[in-house]
Design a protein around this ligand. Sequence first.
Ligand SMILES: [Zn+2]
Length: 455
Amino acid sequence: MPVTATRWLAEYAWLPEHAEPTPDVLIETDGGRITAVTPLLGAHGPDAGVDVYADAVPLPGLTVPGLANAHSHAFHRALRGRTHGGRGDFWTWRDQMYGVADRLDPDTYLALARAAYAEMALAGVTCVGEFHYLHHRPDGGAYDDPNEMSAALVEAAAHAGIRLTLLDTCYLTSTVDGQALASPQRRFGDGDASRWAQRAGAFQPTDAHVRVGAAVHSVRAVPADQLSTVAEWAGERQAPLHVHLSEQPAENDECRAVHGRSPTALLAEHGVLGPNTTAVHTTHPTSADLTLLADSRTGVCLCPTTERDLADGIGPARLMAEAGIRLSLGSDSHAVIDLFEEARAVELDERLRTRRRGHFTPADLVTAASSAGHAALGWADAGRIAVGARADLVTVRLDSARTAGVPPVGAFFAATAADVEQVVVDGRLVVAEGRHLSVDVPAELSAAIEAVTPR
Ligand SMILES: [Zn+2]
């Protein structure tokens, strides 16, 4: 449903640079942008007996900026709850993930991504960064349109009502020492980085809700001498460039054995790091790695619920923040789609590691979940409730069983995705009264997952 000029009266709104939410804020939007933000300072609020704001749409609860899910593999949603029975680690989980990857075609990919993105909308996500490497047919051959799978993701995000940064991922080899892709990885590969660049460059969607960026899958998947091709492709376009980095100690060990340096140092040497680059995970960096990331103004996207699900470890979030590294958040494998949970995990995981509390303020967590994530995805004009910003407004109930009695400043430590009551994306109402306006999310998830999972 399109929303043109609208006045919203937020009971509480989390404004930029504020340590806590501000009560009674009039937010005016027009044409997908925020045109005015006026804290009423109690003088003219709904309780003051003044009726001049009677035309404003009330937003009871806490309204926060649009949340950005900076790291997603949409098809992993099909694995939720299916990989928890046995023992194993990241690598055994990966075999199960490949089983789903092998079964997808453009139609089932569209259905699954549409449902997963609609689940994100319900959780207050207004923009997703899709780290996309399911490019080709299962045997590695191209579809008639070599970017048909990318187009499916663009369509999925449009149906779900959220913005998409399609991070077209270069994935060429299966090991750091350059072994060839074997089934079921063959559909990920373009042969070499030049052919990847050619295919990725041919995909130029004009839809307003999408941007195209690039990704290096990891130092396992792109040979060192081809890294700069991907970096230059992104640099020429000023596009976001993402890379999985040091998620596993084994990746670090193999990189040192083959290249004599850490994955971060290898990326730095080949021009992959920089202000438009986001390193995903960075769970096992050295202190020299952190210096390289900070000096190059590379951001880091943490995915705490996936990292714990996959037994990856705990990334040094506090050290990164102290080094000035911008932190964003992603739900990655979608074991959970809940940016509140990702955000508080950044603080709570530090507590487990250090046995001390208070490493990040609530406002730090809001920034990671909103403006920092949007910036990492190339939408610098989103993720803030401020004049000129995109009209993304996420309203969280403060009267649910989870949030009743919680002061607004504590919402990111109490709320879950289920407490998101209303979501406006670029001025359009996408979620109202906790329901997606165009997608029956549970029904579509069930059908889409059943179509691609073994009985
Ligand atoms: Zn990932």
